[in-house]
Design a protein around this ligand. Sequence first.
Ligand code: SF4
Ligand code: SF4
Length: 437
Amino acid sequence: MNLIKYLTTKGVKIPDHKEMTRDLNVVNIKTPKHLYYSMDMHIGKPAKPVVAVGDSVKIGSLLGKNQGGISANIHSSVSGKVISIDEDGGFRGKCELITVENDYKDEKVKLKDLGDDISIEEFTKRLQEAGITGKGGAGFPTHIKYEMEKHEAEYLLINGAECEPYSTSDHRCMVEYADEIVKITNLIMKIYQVDETYIAVENQMPESKRALNQAIKKSHSKSIKVYELPSIYPQGHAALQIDKVLGIETKEKQRSGDVGVLQSNVSTIKAIHDAVFNNETFFRRIITVTGPMIKTPKNVMARIGTEVAHLVEECGGFYDGERINITGGPMMGKSFGNLSLSVDKDTTTLLFLKRHSKTEEKACIRCARCIDHCPVSLQPILISSAYRTREYDLGITLKSESCINCGICSYICPSKINLLDDIQNLNKELEGKDDDQ
Ligand code: SF4
Ligand code: SF4
């Protein structure tokens, strides 16, 4: 099945609400006294604790070691002492949780200097040592992606099209770290012998385009180009972006590497820069703290392991009223209740919205809007019905598993049917069935 044949230019124009934080510089915030590191910050196997209670650690000390296969290292983001290792909750669920008490000395351990001439093996080893994972829901370990794609890369495609409403962390990363992004891009191109790189940005964010173009000019690179995409949700989807920017078709279940494209998010590229040029592990990241319920929205540089409650305090606290807390954007993000959860490597945005009284779901009026707007040309209403009537085989026939979880169908439905929930539940059931076999 050819994905691009049915991967269309569909999508929706949605209010972006980025004005709340788009022009705000990234600010450093006070580091908290205690930091909490879930060993489950990425897809695949959780990291295995390699410290004990009472151990002294520094910024960059290994706390959890990757367990081989799809797994990633986790490092301390402060200097201090390990005070507990318990089973507790993170954004991905229950897992071992290491608590470090900050001594506020900010002592660091650095990775070894790599020198000038870096091989693919040295490069991917560095990504692994530094514990870099891709941003976005899955948190795929970056070293594996770059190992898998080492023989096939023709293009480097950097995703700076931050299509989720409210989120501006990638935008600020490009505005404030354009030189670093271009510097590491030039090196990756050299290591992988890639001739062309495109950095995809949304056309409503001229400041990031300007900053990147200036940095490219300064570096005298002729092979890196900024590519403007229309501000239509979901421009950030990998296959959609490869098609739009490079005109390359991706077949269903193919990865970007299978079609000769090395693809990374812009914040991941910045983390790679810090690992390669500054010999740093992945211990902090830009997070947008925003939404109508937070008093002072900000883009903050937060240490991994910082409690959400601490970030809320640093942003002036909440307005009174019922609230819904979301990690990620409103379309694909996940709601959470507990403010004592801690930010992890793929926390891009903490969004606090006003909770409106629940709109009653009405009967489907067969308007077909969900079908017309699905970017991968599924029939959401039929898949939802298949789930509700437990006709799982019909769900498979309707290609439920091709859903990219963009949420457009639920967003656009005039009857307020939560189609995405049904589709996700159906896919979970189907996964469970596979596991039973
Ligand atoms: S959530 Fe899935 S089914 Fe709904 S519009 Fe997006 S891709 Fe299509
Ligand atoms: S958008 Fe909603 S009302 Fe319209 S066909 Fe789809 S499920 Fe039915």
